[in-house]
Structure formats: C-alpha cells, structure tokens
Design a protein around this ligand. Structure first.
Ligand code: F58
Length: 809
C-alpha cells in the first residue's frame, strides 16, 4: 500500500526493498551479510524513498520560477542520517519493523553509521540544522561545501592527554550521496592577469577540477527535499602515462595527489585562522565552484545576470566563503562584460553574511602577498570594491590594511545584510567589530538568533520524552515547536512530573550503561548529571568548572557528613590540535578526574567523567540524560551557543552567564528556572581595565586560592608537580577570560543548584518549564526569519509555517 503523500511502504514491502539492495547493491546474501552490508542496504532503501520528493521539489521550483537560497559553508556537521531520514519520511516504525523481520537489530544498525563530521562545532552543526529546516519549510535551497576526505580528527586520551588521529569516514561508501561526475568545474589558482584596454583576463597557473557529490536532504513529513552539494577536488589530468612508462611511478600519480590535497582535510583550528595558503585555496575552491554552479543554473533557466538578486540568495556562513563577492564580480565583469559598479551592486543584492565570532584572532585576514599569489585578479577586484565603498560612503574603513586583506570587512561591504547569531551578539557586532561600518550602513546589521532542529534534538534523540509529549499535547510540535507551551499547565500535574522524571531517569541509565561498556567508568544514575560538552576553549571556561569541582571536593572532604547532593561532572569536547592551553586543560581535567575518582572519601558523591571523542552522536546520547547544562562562557564571548538550546529542550536547566543566546533562553524559560551568575559583558569590559584584577579576586577567595595551590603544587600530577605551573600562573597574572573574577559567584550558584536539586519535585518542574518554553529556538523559526528578512525567499509547500512577508509568485 503506497501512501501518496509520503511515499510510505508497508514493513513487508520495505523489507523487500532492503533485501534487494543487500543483494543487488551490496552483492551479499543474508547469510553472509555483515552489519555494514545491512546498514548500507537499509540506508539505500531509505534513500530510494527520498527520490520522489526530491524530484518533485526540483520540478516545483522550476515551475514556480522560485528564488533559491544557497547556503555556502566550509562546514556541515551532519552526524548520522539513518534515523533522521527515516523519521522525516515518517517511516521509522516501518524501517524498524522491516529490519526486525529480517532478523536484524535496527538500533544496532543505526549506531553502526559513522558520523559525517565535516565540521568543528557550533558553526558546522548550525549549517546542518539549517539544511533540515530549509527542507522542512519547503524553501528551495542548496547547501554548498567541501567533501573532505577526512572529517574532524578523532580524539584519544593517552595518559590523560589528547592525541589526534585521522578520521576516515570515506573508507566505507557513503550511502546517502550521489556522485555527479558530469557536474565539474575548472578552478584556477595563481598565474597572471592579462590586460587589454579596459578588460582584464585572469590566466591561472594551475587548475584543478571541482566535482560534485549530492546528498538529498528531506524535510519533515517527506514533503520537500533540497540538495547538499559537496565538492571534491580532482586533477585535470588523472594520471601521467609518460612518467609511468619511464618508470617514475610516484610522479605519475603526483598530479592527483596534489589536486586532492585541497579537499583532503577539514581544518580543525578554531582558535586563530591558520595562515595557510591551503586554507585560502580550500575557501576559493568550494566558493568558486558554487558560484559557477549558481550561474549555470541561472543561464539554464534563460535568465540574465541582472535578474540575479531576484533569483538567488547566497548566504555566507562566516567569512570562509567571503571570496564569493569578488568571484561573482569577476565573472560579471571579466566574462559577462558588466560595469564594475553595476557588478558590485548585483553581487551585493545576492549576498548575506553571518558573523559567528567577535574574537579578533578568529576574524580572517590574509596577508596580501599570499592572497596575490593565489588570487591575483581577485586582489585587483577587492581594491575596486574598496574604492567603490570609500567613494559611496565616505567611510574610513578599508578592506586592505596593514598588508592584510580583511575578510570581515570584505564580507560586510559586499553583503546587503549582515547578521549576528543572538540578540546580545548582534548588539556587540554593531558596537565593536563593525562599529564604523554600522555607522556607514546603518540598516545593514540585523539579528537572527540561532536555532536547533527539533527533529534531531528532541524527537529522535529522546524517544521516551517524545512519546510522553505526544501523549500529552499531541504530535504537532516537531514542525511547530512553540506548541510545547501547551506543556506549561502540566508542570503542575504530579502524574506528568513523575512521568517526566522517569524519562530522565531512563536516559541516565542508558548513559550509565554506555559509560560502563564503552569507557569502563561506573557512575551512579541517581546522581545529578552535570554536563559541559563543547569545544575546549579558554573563553568557554571548562577550567572554571574544573576549579569548582576541586573546591567542591575539598568541601566534601572537610565536611563529609553534610547533606551533599551526589554529582557526576561530565566533560566532552576536542581541542584544536595547535591550541596548547586548551590541551593542557584537557590534561588537567583527566588528572583531576584520576585523583578524585580514586578518593574513597568522596565515593558516591562526586565523580568526573570525560569520554573521549565527543561528537554529534555522543551529544544525542548525553543531552537527554543531563540534569544541569553548563553554559559558563565569559560574557561577551560566546556568540550564541546552540548546545544551550538543546539541553533546555531536553529538560536540563542552565547554570550560565548572560552571554550569547543564554540571555534569550533565560527570558523565555523564566529567571526562576535558570541559575544565573557572573559579570555581564559590560562589566567584563570594565573589569579588564582594572589592574591585577585576578590577584585581587584570588586574594578574597579562600576556596579558589586553595584549589589553585593544589593544582600548582602537583596534588593532581604528583609525578610531575610543575605540570600546571604555567596554567595557574596565567590565572594569577592575567586571566583574560576572568575565571578568577567569576569563580565565587559560580560556586555560590552551584550551591543554589544543589539545594534546588534536593527538592526533586520542584527541580522536575523547572526542567519541564525549560522544555515547554524553549520552542522559539527551533531552527524553523530562525530559517523563516532569514527567509523573510534577508533572502526574500518563500516556502513552496502549503501548510508549512510560511515565512511572513511577500506571497510567492
Ligand atoms: C560558533 N562558532 C560560535 N566557529 O562560537 C557559537 O557561539 C555559535 O552558536 C555557533 O558558531 C553558531 O552560530 C564556531 O563554531 C568555528 O567552529 C570556526 C571554525 C573555523 C575556524 C574559526 C572558528
């Protein structure tokens, strides 16, 4: 029986499709099939079901002559897809039943899928959530990025220290993608610019091929599917037969190896932009291929380039694809013979730029010599863009300054809209990094607070809570998350609170079992699970969390008979391989864990766990089991955060500062359901002006002094007592991120958490109200607002939440 709308098969029919793939695609019979074979067969069977909505969406887009959104991002942190696709097709029960009928454990097969880890953290995961929401809303869109051969490195701990190994997701076939060998573009680097009269022509010195791989992205209810198009770098000439025949076997394959370098690895550096030519080449590679693809599609529709801003919205996910501006201008001027100023205006009409950081060291700048060596014609165009901007605005802000090309300024000047990712962050973007440009172009900056997809981050990762919510308020919420508000009255209902508590308890048992079987750590599922899982960075202040843990340890040992609330402190996250301080923090967490976890005096009261290799799938396991969400960055530094939203949605109240989206989360869930502490962003700025602020803060805090002394005296590193001298000295002398200044307030907030947690009924009420009131942070809302305020793009499916604004043609 075929369900028209969703193309749903019965479990029996679906089992047949799976079996067909097992034999025809995998070449295995059931007797000899491995779990990999079963997973491929299941994935391919699911992928089959996406084809119909995918084709239909493309057809509808052409017929409606609709505007398309192009989301350009260096990173898409996708994670696993089986459950995502199955649930969006509303075929999860059918898929599970079909696998069962074939004698397979569905859950085990789902967990066999490696994460597609084509991103570092929040920025990459946001891009993946946005793809899900674009498809759910039925907005015609492409995600464009790089098909890295190696995703984010795998993290291991050796003697407590982070070791990185290459990630190898493509050693197995990627079930979801379609190779498109016919979609290929030549991408040039280096060379010279030929002038003749007014015209310029770039003659690149080297050329490689960008080759497309498409993954369909299906939305909720299977009503719409978009495309994630990732580019792989390939050589123009695959193999040099002459070299081979001369016996020069390595040289024969050199061309391929060199070309492939461009899409070989994801840059894991999220501290400072590695000033690497390769990174610039990666950025240009995927951006140029995407722009060519966009123009080809425009041409194929019989449109002229003047139509671009009506047909095309290009969103730059941070400055990594900022070269899109100059590249589009280059194509319009050098190849399509438009006037420079006209070309700049057209390009600007298409482009939007999202800023994700205020950290000056993370704002991209390219030394002019490197930029010129790689992209000589683009440097000329950047100069033209700069002079057009200086002329039009009278602004003193330059793109080329101190020998650098400043990609933030370039992106700002080339975009018609620039957005921050939370209300506070957007204010700070206006007041700090782009203060003058905001005066020059007062309507350009706007805010778009981040969001998360409710499908992955509640419906799929927390099945028991999903069922409880469905039973309580119905099933409309995954596509309209603010319906969770209907749970608010149930926060007074003892039966509902019990059921909610039971879900959390079950999720905690699941994590306890996993920690035992996979990480050989025993934790008590009745203890409070307190989690800080995110990239390791000084501004995120994992170190402050750890200092509080040491102080608590001391306190428990001093008063062993007091009424302590048992806690498990969970840490998760990777440090950029070159970020020395972050790696020391990891080492210290593991060292402190070794000592505290072995101390019989705090047994059952305090435990530290730090499972290695945190990734999207681990987040899906940990978040539903967490009681307390740690969002403790130095105010003014975390642009938004999205983990904060995921925890709140799954019933974990936050302990946090007034930073990023914490501010808006607190407003929505209610101040009484949020454990606030710490300096505000404005106070941080003031405090930094004071002399010796950290010494002063340490002097008045006996608890902090003691913890610092223990660390610097080798209590946690007895074999190497000086190991953390540098780390502690930095806190004593500088402490840029104000760990010492916020410490006492944080410690006090943690004790408020303890007392609140001791009353389990009122705690559960807080947890429920967090879930009930964070619906606004759905990425569906975020995307609907981008569509309205930045893209002027529209949903092509009836019944979806329509972006407000103009009606589609
Ligand atoms: C993150 N940025 C922000 N950058 O830190 C976070 O507050 C925000 O919620 C999220 O973006 C989404 O807006 C982030 O993840 C990176 O990972 C970059 C990778 C490439 C180098 C520079 C950092």
């Amino acid at each position: 029986m075929l369900n028209e709308r969703r193309n749903l098969l019965t479990a029996e029919q679906f089992a047949e499709v799976i079996l067909n793939h097992l034999t025809s695609s995998q070449g295995k019979d059931p007797e000899h099939a491995s779990i990999y074979d079963w997973r491929m067969a299941l994935s391919l069977a699911l992928r089959d079901q996406v084809i119909r909505p995918w084709f239909a969406s493309t057809r509808t887009t052409y017929e409606a002559e609709a505007k398309r959104v192009y989301y350009l991002s260096m990173e898409f942190l996708v994670g696993r897809l089986i459950e995502d696709v199955a649930t969006n097709l509303r075929a999860e029960d059918v898929a599970a039943a079909a696998m069962r009928s074939l004698g397979q454990d569905y859950g085990q097969v789902v967990r066999d899928e490696p994460d597609a880890a084509l991103g570092n953290g929040g920025l990459g995961r946001l891009a993946a959530c946005f793809m899900d929401s674009l498809a759910t809303l039925g907005i015609p869109a492409y995600g464009y990025g790089i098909r890295y051969e190696h995703g984010l490195f795998e993290q291991h701990f050796k003697d407590g220290q982070q070791i990185e190994t290459a990630e190898n997701w493509l050693t197995q076939r990627y079930a979801w993608e379609f190779e498109r060998p016919e979609v290929r573009y030549e991408i040039g680097f280096g060379g010279t610019v030929e002038k003749s009269g007014q015209t310029s022509k770039w003659i690149p010195a080297e050329t490689i091929i960008a080759s497309a791989y498409d993954t369909p992205v299906v939305g909720w209810n299977g009503l719409w599917a978009n495309t994630l198009r990732l580019w792989a770098a390939k050589p123009v000439k695959v193999f040099d037969l002459d070299s081979f025949n001369r016996g020069e076997y390595l040289a024969a394959s050199e061309l391929e190896a060199l070309a492939r370098t461009i899409s070989r690895v994801l840059y894991p550096d999220d501290t400072s932009e590695a000033g690497k030519e390769l990174r610039l080449k990666q950025e240009y590679f995927f951006t140029a291929a995407s722009i060519k693809d966009i123009l080809r599609r425009l041409d194929s529709e019989g449109r002229v380039v003047r139509d671009l801003p009506q047909r095309v919205a290009i969103q730059l996910n941070d400055t990594h694809p900022a070269i899109a501006g100059p590249e589009l201008v280059r194509l319009l001027v050098d190849e399509r013979k438009l006037e420079m100023e006209n070309a700049i205006d057209i390009a600007r009409g298409c482009l939007g730029y999202t800023n994700h950081t205020l950290l000056p060291e993370a704002l991209e700048r390219w030394p002019e010599p490197i930029f010129k060596r790689v992209l000589p014609r683009h440097l000329e165009i950047v100069r033209e863009i700069e002079s057009a901007h200086l002329k039009a605005s009278g602004s003193p802000v330059r793109i080329l300054e101190d020998g650098d090309v400043k990609m933030g300024e370039l992106s700002f000047i080339m975009a018609h809209k620039v957005n921050g990712v939370s209300a506070l962050h957007s204010d700070l973007v206006r007041e700090t990094v782009f203060e003058q440009l905001n005066r020059d172009y007062p309507d350009r900056i706007l805010n778009q607070t981040n969001g998360i997809t409710p499908r992955r981050w509640l419906h799929n990762c927390n099945p028991d809570l999903r069922i409880l919510i469905n039973d309580t308020i119905g099933t409309g919420w995954p596509a309209d998350l603010e319906q969770l508000e209907k749970l608010v009255p149930h926060a007074q209902d003892a039966g509902f609170l019990e059921a909610f508590k039971a879900v959390k308890a079950k999720n905690k048992v699941r994590v306890a079992n996993w920690l035992k079987s996979h990480h050989y750590i025993a934790v008590d599922p009745d203890a409070m699970f307190d989690a800080q899982i995110k990239r390791i960075h000084e501004y995120k202040r994992q170190l402050m969390n750890l200092l509080e843990t040491v102080a608590l340890w001391n306190e428990i040992r001093d008063n062993p008979n007091a009424d302590w609330v048992p806690r498990v402190k969970i840490f998760g996250g990777k440090a950029a391989p070159g970020y020395v301080v972050a790696k020391q923090i990891i080492h210290l967490i593991n060292d402190v864990a070794a000592v505290i976890n072995a101390d019989p005096q705090v047994k059952g009261l305090l435990k530290i766990v730090y499972p290695e290799n945190y990734n999207v799938s681990m987040a899906e396991l940990l978040i539903p089991a967490t009681n307390l969400s740690e969002q403790i960055s130095t105010a003014g530094n975390e642009a938004s955060g999205t983990g904060n939203m995921k925890f709140a949605l799954n019933g974990a109240p936050t302990i946090g500062t007034l930073d990023g989206a914490n501010v808006e989360i607190r407003e929505r869930v209610g101040a009484e359901n949020f454990f606030l502490f710490g300096l505000t962003a404005a106070e941080v700025v003031e405090r930094r002006k004071q002399q010796n602020y950290s010494a002063a803060a340490i002097a008045v805090s006996q608890r902090l002094s003691r913890a610092l002394e223990q660390i610097e005296n080798g209590v946690f590193s007895p074999g190497d007592p000086d190991r953390y001298q540098g780390l502690v000295q930095d806190l004593r002398q500088k402490d840029y991120f104000l760990v010492t200044c916020d410490f006492d307030d944080y410690f006090a907030a943690q004790r408020r958490v303890d007392s609140a947690y001791a009353d389990q009924d009122s705690w559960t009420r807080m947890a429920v109200l967090n879930t009930a009131r964070v619906g606004w942070f759905s990425s569906d809302r975020t995307i609907a607002d981008y569509a309205k305020d930045i893209w002027n793009a529209h949903s092509l499916i009836g019944g979806a939440r329509q972006p407000k604004g103009e009606v589609p043609r």
